[in-house]
Design a protein around this ligand. Structure first.
Ligand code: 4NP
Length: 169
């Protein structure tokens, strides 16, 4: 069974598409693409149906990251379908926690709880700022995705006893 991870911001055109791309890149590099379902969504609906912000797509491309998502709003069934629902900031964490059925609320976490450098902070919204904001988001989502992957990746080692190989004796 794949591990299902949903990244969530407000518009689903800047931060969560970047996190989705960075995490997918880390997963592919680790050879684990078949083990994950990765998606992103927004708590707001202003940009539904749009590709990610051009500034984010260009900044990501310059780093070899492809941002391909089309914006969608978080849906009720996402709380059932995904194993981990990671909010890009505390506002969105509050919104998601309020929308989540009690039985799935524990899946909702702050993405930067996994940030190895500065845990527990928001991914700053770059939408109304300059180009440095997009670079900052890409730095944060890249390092945080690597440590998130270490936490959620399925154990890759099969114990020797389960391999069905003849023993060395
Ligand atoms: P995001 O950034 O939540 O990282 O996608 C935003 C994009 C659009 C808006 C706000 C934040 N907006 O207000 O339209």
């Amino acid at each position: 069974m794949p591990v299902r991870i949903l990244f969530v911001c407000l518009g689903n055109i800047c931060r969560s598409p970047a996190a989705e791309a960075a995490f997918a890149h880390a997963v592919a590099k680790a050879g684990l693409a078949n083990h994950f379902v990765i998606d992103s969504a927004g708590t707001g609906r202003w940009h539904v149906g749009e590709p990610a912000d051009e500034r984010m797509r260009q900044a990501a491309t310059a780093r070899g990251l492809e941002v391909t998502s089309i914006a969608r709003e978080v849906r009720a069934e996402d709380f059932e379908r995904f194993d981990h629902i990671l909010a890009m900031d505390r506002d969105n964490l509050r919104t998601l926690t309020a929308r989540a059925p009690a039985s799935h609320r524990a899946k909702v976490r702050l993405f930067r709880d996994f940030d190895p450098v500065a845990p527990g902070l928001d991914v700053p919204d770059p939408y109304y700022g300059g180009p440095e904001g997009f670079e900052d988001v890409l730095d944060i989502v890249t390092r945080t995705s690597l440590s998130l992957l270490e936490t959620v990746k399925p154990s890759s080692r099969v114990p020797p006893a389960d391999r069905g190989e003849p023993s060395q004796a």
